[in-house]
Design a protein around this ligand. Structure first.
Ligand SMILES: Nc1ncnc2c1ncn2[C@@H]1O[C@H](COP(=O)(O)OP(=O)(O)OP(=O)(O)O)[C@@H](O)[C@H]1O
Ligand SMILES: [Mg+2]
Length: 240
């Protein structure tokens, strides 16, 4: 970086900062494109039959027996006889067990009871770096791998939760949560913002830097006495 003395009358500090900022941004984008092209899809490793048995709540022998009887999805089998399943196959096996399970009335696919509301779990902490994103990511992934249908909503302009699931907030031109909560006429239904992730059963509403705008726009919208926008009543936001 070229440094110039601040007392130099000819030196335009603002222009220099912008120029240096753009240079850094270009280089970061170049690195990102090299490491992770925009059309790349994030994958997911396979799961051993020990892990599958653990996630499904059955014994490993039960999984083996089903495979030997040709029931459920066919896993990859290594030369040493180790079985491994994709997360999608694990979900198929869960559905198979739910339909054809033993007579213990055990449900392998979690269900909501009649009249039961959607469960909302928020991961919140004022302190920076306290593990919010890590907790949200692992919790969402664990719930998806145990058969729940999960929608992760990334509320953080940093968008680390989105990036963890292969969404590149700076490069992707896809809409973020901001599109669903903005106050102007361009607001979209949240359904249009949902994207699937590399975990079957886990969808995400991604974040990006635009969410920062929302923090400035909200007090303005709330101060508009003729509008209900920004006046967040718990009833209006109660999920069904
Ligand atoms: N249980 C844990 N054990 C060890 N390290 C952890 C654990 N949870 C999170 N970390 C690490 O701590 C760091 C901060 O975690 P994370 O990014 O999840 O925090 P955050 O609260 O989301 O931060 P921010 O306020 O910047 O959004 C990361 O490097 C993460 O890998
Ligand atoms: Mg975070």
């Amino acid at each position: 970086m070229n440094m110039m003395p601040y007392h130099d009358a000819e030196f335009d500090f603002d222009a220099e900062i912008l120029e240096q900022g753009e240079l850094i941004s270009d280089k970061l984008n170049m690195l990102r494109l090299e490491q992770y092209p925009p059309n790349a899809m994030k994958g997911l490793r396979q799961f051993s039959s020990v892990e599958v048995a653990d996630f499904l709540g059955v014994t490993q022998n039960h999984i083996k027996k089903l495979h030997l009887e040709g029931k459920g999805p066919a896993p990859d089998v290594s030369s040493s006889g180790r079985r491994s399943y994709t997360a999608q196959q694990m979900l198929e096996l869960r559905r198979y067990l739910d339909k054809h399970g033993r007579s213990d009335f055990k449900r392998y696919v979690p269900h909501r009871r009649a009249g039961e509301d959607l469960q909302v779990i928020s991961v919140v902490n004022f302190k920076g770096g306290s593990g919010k994103t890590t907790t949200a990511a692992h919790l969402a992934q664990y719930l998806a791998l145990t058969g729940h249908r999960v929608l992760a909503i990334d509320l953080d302009p940093q968008a680390s939760l989105s990036a963890l699931h292969g969404i590149q907030p700076e490069l992707d031109k896809n809409p973020s949560l901001y599109e669903a909560i903005r106050y102007d006429e361009h607001k979209k239904p949240i359904k249009e913002v949902i994207r699937s992730t590399n975990f079957p059963g886990l969808d995400i509403v991604p974040a990006n830097l635009e969410l920062q705008e929302y923090e400035y726009e909200t007090p303005l919208a709330a101060s508009n006495k003729n509008s209900t926008e920004g006046a967040c009543s718990s009833r209006a936001f109660r999920p069904r």
